[in-house]
Structures are given as C-alpha cells and as structure tokens.
Write a protein that binds this ligand. Structure first.
Ligand SMILES: C[S@@+](CC[C@H](N)C(=O)[O-])C[C@H]1O[C@@H](n2cnc3c(N)ncnc32)[C@H](O)[C@@H]1O
Length: 359
C-alpha cells in the first residue's frame, strides 16, 4: 500500500519485485488484487492506475500470452490517513508523503506550530497499520537530523522498530530537498515504549575514543535576534555575519546595546547556515574572534565555539581542525539540513586531535 501514491512511482517500482517465473496473467492478477493506493487528487490516482497497467503490459511475456489491461480497484482517490481508510492485512507500506510545511492545528506531544507535513502523516500511517507491517518511507532529512524533530523521532520509535536508516542526499535534480529512507516494522501494541535515539544516526560516524568538538569546546547559538531584541543594556561589541569575514581573525566589531547573554572572546565562530554540499566546497565557514574584543554579543546566524581552556592558541588549532575536508564529509552524512544544530556540532569528531590525560 502507498497511502499517498501520487502518479504511482513507488507502486510501479514494486512490480519489479514480483517473481520472475510468474506469467503475465499471474502478475496482472496479483497486482490488481494486492496493490493498494490512495491519493487525495483523483486524477493522480487515475494516472497511477494507467501507468501500472502500462508497466505490466509492456513487460516481458510469453508470445502466446494475451495482453489484457488490468483494473486496479484498490487504487483510489481519498485521504490515506482518514479514519475509515483500512490498513488491516497490509503487509508492506511504501511511503513518500507530502513534504510541504503545514501548521499543526493543535499542539501534539512531539511538537507544535509549523512542521513538515511528512511528520504527522508518517505517524498517522504507523498508528493505523497492523502490528508487524513493514514500511519503507522516503522522508525529508530534517526529520532524521533536525533537533526540533527529536520528540517526533521518539514518537516514531514507540510505534515502530527502526530496521535501517539510509541517508540518500538530494531527492532528484528537480527537487531540492535532502531525503533519507527509514525501514521500519510496526511494533506490537503491547510493547510501545521509547527506545534510545541511536537508530537514526550511523553510530560508526563517531566511534568510541574519538575526540569530539563537545569534548574540547562549548557550543552556543548566538543570542541576538536583531528585529526582536530592543536596543537596551550595556554597549558591547556586536558580531553579525557581515562583520565576520570567513577565515579571518576579527579584532574589531561595531557595537550595540544588549541586555542578554554575552560571549567571552577569544572564540571561534561558524555561520549557522551550512547547506549540504552539492558541487564541492566546504560546509563550515570558520573565523576567529580575537580575545581583545572581550565580552561580545552575537547574532543568531552565528554559532559560538568556545574552547574550554579559553585560549587563543586552541582557537587557532580548532580553526584548522574545523577546516579539514573530512568535516564536510562527516556533516554531509550526519546532518543534511540547511542549518547546523548544536547536537551535531557537539558530536563532530576532530581528526588527529588527542585528549591529554588531564582531559
Ligand atoms: C510526494 S507525493 C507521493 C509520490 C508517490 N509516492 C509516488 O511514488 O509517485 C505526495 C502525494 O501525496 C498526496 N497527498 C497529500 N495528502 C494526502 C492525503 N491526506 N491522502 C492521500 N494523498 C495525499 C499528494 O496529492 C501527492 O500526490
């Protein structure tokens, strides 16, 4: 079953997995009986039916076989997560749900406000499916790697055992969104409690014994939201993306009044925007804020990486380590959203760095 089947790409792909030894008639009968799909747009469900028939009729068959177009009565217009949508006896769900941003009508245990439609849709499908049903879902990478979906991931793990998480990268050349595939099995209703979150990340990305950025530095997102924070409090140096040239050591900054948290220089700053690489280039834009600036207010488009030992020399080493090409490779595997998260940076392995015995 594909509960949001669109023009039927996933169902057509499923035909490739029917036993090769079957006759065309057997394949047509099985597909017509066993493939189920819903799409809220009627014409898409119709296109899916026609494309499935075409795929079967143009597939290999013995010369003697008659090619009769099958009907697909179970591929229909409708809401794939409606209450009366029947999931009983479904063995495998293939899902590529809608990804558009939507406003959750009421706060949920896992989130509120604007969310990717893929998040509630996937949960609804899992809630409706029978225990033991398998599911492969193509989902936006933000659900795997974004911190604001931590509770959504917990919720999924209550409902399903995660068998495999496959980061894929760009959906296709026309669709600028990074995706992953989640392979899951719906949990028995008797054992629905949360698991650790380890399933969502490839644990081999941060093997034990590696020094992580979080072992040697604190990480904070800048606090100043320019259009929100009033010009009040002490006058302090103020860093925005425009005042921090990439690769430079910054010794001067404009000032502003700010009553919130300040950051004691020296430290390293990163730009928070860091899209997954498409055509080369590094993901981190690293600069150093010189100790002479003292306490500094930082805009929320920057990330402050402050060495635990507060030393300028450690800032220099961190800058070189963060500029290492392996960092981009690691980030591309770990987080394919357009904004860096604190959690992913804390986990970032520092190649070639050793913790001293004191650490
Ligand atoms: C990303 S496309 C899916 C493509 C499809 N799986 C395929 O293989 O071609 C998402 C589809 O979900 C449909 N959709 C959105 N909300 C729906 C709902 N509540 N029930 C059924 N279909 C829905 C949209 O019309 C759209 O065709």
């Amino acid at each position: 079953m594909d509960p949001a089947c669109g023009a039927g790409d996933l169902l057509i792909e499923a035909l490739q997995h029917l036993p090769k030894a079957w006759t065309l008639r057997e394949r047509c009968d099985y597909a017509a009986r066993s493939l189920h799909g819903w799409d809220q747009i009627g014409v898409l469900a119709e296109v899916a039916r026609k494309r499935l028939a075409l795929a079967l009729l143009t597939s290999e068959a013995a010369p003697s076989e008659r090619r009769v177009a099958p009907e697909f009565p179970n591929i229909r217009q409708g809401d794939g997560i409606a209450e009366d949508c029947n999931y009983s006896n479904v063995r495998l769900i293939l899902l590529n749900p809608p990804f558009a941003r939507t406003l959750l009508p009421v706060p949920q245990s896992w989130g509120e406000g604007v969310t990717s439609q893929a998040a509630p849709f996937t949960l609804e499908v899992l809630k409706k499916a029978d225990d033991g049903t398998r599911m492969a879902a193509i989902l936006p990478d933000v659900l795997r790697s974004g911190s604001r979906y931590n509770r959504w991931r917990d919720e999924i793990e209550k409902l399903a055992d995660i068998k495999k998480i496959e980061p894929i990268g760009l959906f296709d050349i026309w669709t600028d969104v990074d995706v992953f595939i989640a392979h899951m099995v719906v949990r028995s209703r008797k054992r629905r409690k949360a698991n650790p979150r380890e399933a969502w990340q490839d644990q081999s990305l941060t093997p034990g014994g590696t020094v992580r950025l979080g072992d040697v530095a604190t990480i904070s997102i800048g606090d100043v939201v320019p259009h929100r924070h009033a010009d009040e409090g002490p006058t302090v140096p103020y860093l925005t993306v425009h005042d921090v040239p990439v690769g430079a050591t910054v010794t001067h900054a404009p000032t502003r009044r700010f009553a919130g948290r300040l950051h004691q220089a020296p430290f390293v700053v990163l730009r928070r925007t860091s899209a997954p690489t498409r055509a080369g280039g590094e993901r981190l834009s690293v600069s150093i804020i010189d100790g002479s600036l003292g306490e500094v207010a930082v805009e929320n488009h920057l990330v402050v990486v402050r060495p635990l030992d507060g030393s300028g020399l450690t800032c220099d080493s961190l800058k070189s380590l963060l500029e290492h090409p392996s960092v981009t490779k690691w980030l591309d595997a770990r987080i394919r959203t357009r904004h860096l998260t604190k959690t992913s940076l804390l986990d970032l392995p520092l190649q070639g760095m050793q913790l001293s015995v004191d650490d």
